[in-house]
Design a protein around this ligand. Sequence first.
Ligand code: 173
Length: 321
Amino acid sequence: MKKTLVAALAAAALALPLAAAAQTTTLRIVSAFPESSFYVTRLLTWIRSVNEEGKGVLQLNFIGGPKAIPTFEVGNAVRTGVVDMAMSTGAYYTNVFPESDALKLTRMPVAEQRRNGVFDYIQKVWAEKGNMVYLARIVEHQPFHLYLNKPIDKPDLKGLKIRVTPVYRDFFGALGATVMQTAPGELYTALERGVVDGYGWPIGGIFDNNWNDHTRYRVDPGFYDAEVSLLLNQDAWKKLSARQRDFLLTQVRLLENRNDYWKVYGEQETERQAKAGIKVIRLQGAQAQEYVDKAYAAGWAGIIKNSPVYGPKMRELFSQK
Ligand code: 173
């Protein structure tokens, strides 16, 4: 009798905190972009509101940027569950599966991707090949550009050394550039030391790490569409309750639904670059069209070479307007 009572009390004492703990899950989240980047500023604002709304349900614990986990290792950290969640871009985790870099080649907004089945296909590939739940695309409407310190008068980069990630490697290589990969965090030093003559980056963000100090020209037009997304380890997802999943999906959608903001940001950043004295090298007419066509041709060729099965299917799905 006595024994049973003690056992019952002990069980009750244990059960109380366990029951309370079971209600809230905290997910550890990292950013593959430097903490100085505006993407992170925006992410942190969102995390604050998630944590406010998610009391007693779900909390996000921001671990840090590339100092916590290096840019090109974040994908594997999500795949293996070293962290639960990440903000990254496909170019930074081609070492997990090469198709990741294809998101730059989508020709329709993510809202459309959710309606026409493209989003479902992305989720299937990310789950199968990356052990990831592809949650939301939180940056779009941000074309990539080539930034230079030496002028060009035609789309020919022979003799120029250009900083790349997988986003630009095939395209700039096709234009004759010598390419060198760096994470964003190493670009300032490469520019400062003259190790590179230019770099690829979207229309927005070059001021976040002071690259404008060492940027003289921007080449127009832009090409592709910068993609930054939220990823979740699939095992972490499976452990969430229905309520927690609903909450998380609602929250990521709130952020994704505000993507039109990036159009405004693009305009502001274009103006800011002009004010900073960055000159535009504008390819004209047929030359501009050829430049963009070459970007997509080289981009898809690169994806398909590394992914003969999924690549062609992705090209078909991502290219519909
Ligand atoms: O580092 C990069 O230039 C890059 O690949 C990228 C991708 C998406 C957004 C910003 C940068």
